[in-house]
Design a protein around this ligand. Structure first.
Ligand code: NAD
Length: 292
């Protein structure tokens, strides 16, 4: 079988092009979408992610603000900055880069973000809306995977989707989104027994663990779609996913590369969610047509 390598970079570029027009239309109506990215401390990986997000905003003509706090900033200081962003009409999306320093409770910080500006989709209200089938913001990484499947013509309906990794930011929302599209979903975690028996049953296999080569060739059913969310930096500096990509070539029907697969789609969905937030805010703020 010929395995198709899904070009996430090219797809992300096309999606951004489409959304640039929507962003410009909003700006033309005096409602330029704005994103605030809050970063606490100077973790180099977090800084690189934030740079990518700010760059993507610039590409689409969005307003963006980078709010930087020192690693020793208190939780109260961070909450005060979030309160100010919640009240700022130029800001439609707020993202707090995770992980936060240990002395700050991420749950309290996420809870403080106005749900209508929570473009990461991590606020419990937005998690609940997603779980009940009425998503307001789907978390960016799983939303990017869903769009990738759609654009590749892969319909999850009645397929068996197996997700390895059950975190709040990737695995769990991935399961909910696939379920909402009619897939039968198996969600595996570190306690799962005989992981290979589960992965071999997958029509769509999503790996989101953070362990290089966790998914080997013999763990994949011939013809399966393999989505590699993992990002791991090896000792030699090379970036790899969770899937042994070379080993699944010729077995899987599709596979996403790392880098250049899910990563660019994640950043793109953040910008998409920000434009959506601005559209809703702009709509809500528009004077209503007088009744005739
Ligand atoms: P996490 O550490 O929060 O969660 C990992 C999950 O994997 C947990 O549910 C754990 O139970 C499970 N797990 C651990 N070992 C396992 C095993 N041997 N078998 C089965 N399950 C196991 O991680 P996360 O934040 O969900 O991120 C996962 C990976 O995805 C990381 O490599 C991260 O860098 C990457 N990531 C990539 C993107 C992107 O845009 N491409 C976005 C977010 C995260």
């Amino acid at each position: 079988m010929q395995t198709r390598i899904i070009d996430g970079t090219g797809l992300a570029r096309r999606v951004r092009e489409e959304w640039r027009e929507r962003a410009q239309a909003l700006a033309g109506r005096g409602c330029r979408p704005g994103l605030a990215v809050v970063i606490v401390g100077d973790d180099p990986a977090s800084r690189a992610y934030v740079r990518n997000k700010i760059r993507a905003c610039a590409e689409l003509g969005l307003h963006s603000e980078q709010v930087e706090l020192p690693a020793e900033a208190s939780e109260a200081e961070l909450l005060a900055r979030i309160a100010a962003l919640n009240a700022d009409p130029a800001i439609h999306g707020i993202l707090v880069q995770l992980p936060l320093p240990k002395h700050i409770a991420a749950e309290r910080v996420i809870l403080a973000i106005a749900p209508e500006k929570d473009v990461d989709g991590f606020h419990p209200l937005n998690v609940g809306l997603l779980a009940t089938g009425h998503p307001r913001f789907a978390p960016c990484t799983p939303a990017g995977v869903m769009l990738m499947l759609e654009r590749e013509g892969i319909d999850p309906w009645a397929k068996h989707a197996v997700i390895v990794g059950a975190s709040n930011i990737v695995g769990k929302p991935m399961a909910l989104l696939l379920l909402s599209r009619g897939a039968t979903v198996t969600l595996c975690n570190s306690k799962t027994r005989d992981l290979a028996a589960h992965t071999r049953a997958a029509d769509i296999l999503v790996a989101a663990v953070g362990r290089p080569k966790l998914v080997t060739g013999d763990m994949v059913k011939p013809g399966a779609v393999v989505i590699d969310v993992g990002i791991n930096r090896l000792a030699d500096g090379k970036l790899v996913g969770d899937v042994d990509t070379a080993a699944v070539m010729g077995v899987a029907s599709h596979v996403t590369p790392v880098p250049g697969g899910v990563g660019p789609m994640t950043v793109t969905m953040l910008v998409v969610n920000t434009v959506l937030a601005a559209e809703r805010a702009c709509e809500a703020g528009r004077p209503k047509e007088p009744a005739t």
